[in-house]
Ligand binder design. Structure first.
Ligand code: NA7
Length: 529
């Protein structure tokens, strides 16, 4: 079978990419592993799953009527609501007829003779397409650490990112939760509200700020809808694709009283704009420590037992150097009599046994294990496919020492292969929908331009790629990000190269760069007819 384009993934990127390519008159086949649209929001059905970006900012902007007709019900959207929205978009734009669900792309090879990609799936499909577009997402390759004995556990076990669709009943159960990233921090309070007992296995404490989620105020929704063109423009031009108020002054320039007042105001408001309190929190260790210590003081205030409060207090990485978590009642959960915090750093998990978790110092018998242990982020889903480009070059081999891209959009030697929100772009450091729309629009513009001029192939110039990869790395070094063992750096996956993958330069500046490159006839790319 032959298509103009194959898109891998039917999350927010794949759906919009399909819509745009159809608009250009291309024949498109989308392959999606899941049985429905939504990507991250299709898989992450764990209790408490909620977006950390506010509802009015976490939606597509490409269609006025879609924007106006959809009604959000909460300040921060829950997973079920976002999935309903994704389904609504799929229905409204009649997307499903070009999506093949329940199908994983296993291989993609570039055929230099024909200039086509040959794409294979686990269902035996073999299709050819001129353009191959990866919309696989950044956090879709779920990771369960290789604990000895993991398979021997007799009870049910679930990864937060592969959660059963019919839900899980925790009533009367002793539950182990391993991992305290965003997923664990959201799930733990909800599980603790139902289970007989929860033991949380924490290796590294994270900074978390309250969501203060609440029902959507109709006045706010009406105001945002009336002002969408302006709000969307501000988001696109901003650093992180968000509307929050970002203060550019230094945390070190103000008095202690004023700073505390500012932190308190932002804590009371809730959400990630806490980090926007001062302009130097992400770059100056002293400014950062002031914000970090404020969060630690809140933990001490909330958590009754001082020992537990100290264990929950992050001290080994700057605040914001890992994506800050946004929670509902997380720290207070540790005041419940049915919750125990196990410090995996002091007392490591040695094995999983048929009846629970054995650490160096003892046994924790449980009925169920919840793995909130994260993902092989950014490169994992891409390299999960066996992709070969020109001269049989495999992407896995090319990226052995870390991802190399030009603008995070293409990698040299892989013509007509585009990556939406791939490594080297702002991606996970931003409001994903803003970054997704920017990439999809850029790719659609590029494909239209190539077709108008009968250009058969576009590829990244290796020199432009080298310069961009060096730039991505250099900008990251100006910040405190590389100081944390985060998934941004691949540090959570044993053996993964330690390279800072997303681009810290901000979505506004990055967009201008991409636009300028296109306006200059795709500068830094090699075109061939
Ligand atoms: P994260 O943020 O990668 O969190 C994974 C958690 O699992 C984290 O606390 C890890 O501790 C822990 N972990 C991983 N491996 C182990 C082992 N072997 N032993 C003990 N604990 C372990 O994933 P999430 O799903 O929570 O969030 C991903 C993103 O989704 C998030 O950043 C938001 O952008 C949305 P560690 O910190 O590595 O010591």
């Amino acid at each position: 079978m032959r298509f103009d384009a194959v898109v891998v993934g039917a999350g927010f990127s794949g759906m919009y990419m399909l819509h745009r390519l159809r608009g250009l008159g291309l024949s498109v086949r989308v392959f999606e592993t899941g049985d429905g649209v939504g990507g991250t929001w299709y898989w992450n059905r764990y209790p408490g799953a909620r977006c950390d970006v506010q509802s009015m900012e976490y939606s597509y902007s490409f269609d006025d009527r879609l924007e106006q007709e959809w009604e959000w019900t909460e300040r921060f959207p829950s997973q079920p609501e976002i999935l309903r929205y994704a389904d609504h978009v799929a229905d409204r734009f009649d997307l499903r007829r070009d999506i093949q669900f329940g199908t994983r792309v296993t291989r993609a090879a570039y055929d230099e003779a024909t200039g086509l990609w040959r794409v294979e799936t686990d269902r035996g499909d073999v299709v050819a397409a001129r353009y191959l577009i990866s919309a696989v997402g950044c956090l879709s390759a779920a990771r369960v650490p290789a604990f000895p004995g993991a398979e021997s556990f007799r009870g049910p076990r679930f990864h937060t990112g592969r959660w059963p669709h019919d839900g899980v009943d925790f009533s009367g159960l002793r539950v182990a939760v391993i991992g305290t990233g965003s997923s664990g921090i959201q799930a733990i309070p909800v599980i603790a509200g139902q289970a007989e007992h929860v033991t949380v296995f924490q290796r590294t404490p994270n900074y978390s700020v309250p969501a203060h989620n609440r029902p959507m105020e109709p006045e706010y929704q009406g105001w945002a809808k009336a002002n969408y063109p302006d709000l969307r423009r501000r988001m696109r031009e901003s650093h992180a694709g968000l509307l929050g108020e970002f203060n550019s002054t230094s945390a070190l320039e103000v008095s202690d009283e004023e700073r505390t007042r500012e932190f308190e105001t932002r804590w009371a408001k809730g959400g990630i704009s806490f980090l926007g309190a001062y302009g130097d929190i992400a770059v100056n260790p002293r400014a950062n420590e002031l914000a970090a210590e404020f969060v630690r003081s809140k933990i001490r205030e909330i958590v009754g037992d001082p020992g537990t409060a100290e264990l929950l207090s992050p001290r080994d990485h700057p605040i914001g150097s890992k994506r800050i978590c946004v929670d509902t009642g997380y720290y207070a959960t540790y005041n419940r009599p049915n919750v125990t915090l196990a410090d995996v750093r002091a007392d490591p998990i040695e094995e999983i046994t048929p009846t629970g978790v054995r650490t160096a110092a003892g046994r924790h018998d449980v009925d169920m294990i919840v793995y909130a242990t994260g993902y092989d982020a950014m490169t994992g889903p891409l390299l999960g496919m066996d992709i070969t480009g020109k001269g049989g070059l495999s992407l896995r081999r090319k990226w052995e020492a870390g991802p190399r891209t030009y603008l995070g959009l293409m990698s040299a030697g892989f013509p007509n292969l585009f990556t939406i929100t791939g490594p080297g772009s702002p991606s996970v450091l931003s409001n994903m929908i803003v970054s997704i729309e920017q990439h999809v629009d850029w790719i659609a513009g590029c494909v239209a331009w190539l077709r108008e001029r009968d250009v058969a192939a576009i590829d990244a110039d290796p020199l432009a790629e080298d310069a961009w990869t060096a730039h991505v790395n250099e900008v990251a070094q100006f910040t405190l990000y590389p100081q944390a063992d985060s998934w941004y750096l691949g540090a959570n996956v044993p053996g993964k190269p330690r390279v800072f993958m997303p681009y810290v330069g901000g979505v506004g500046a990055y967009r201008l760069k991409c636009e300028q490159v296109a306006a200059d006839g795709y500068e830094g790319f090699v075109l061939s007819s």
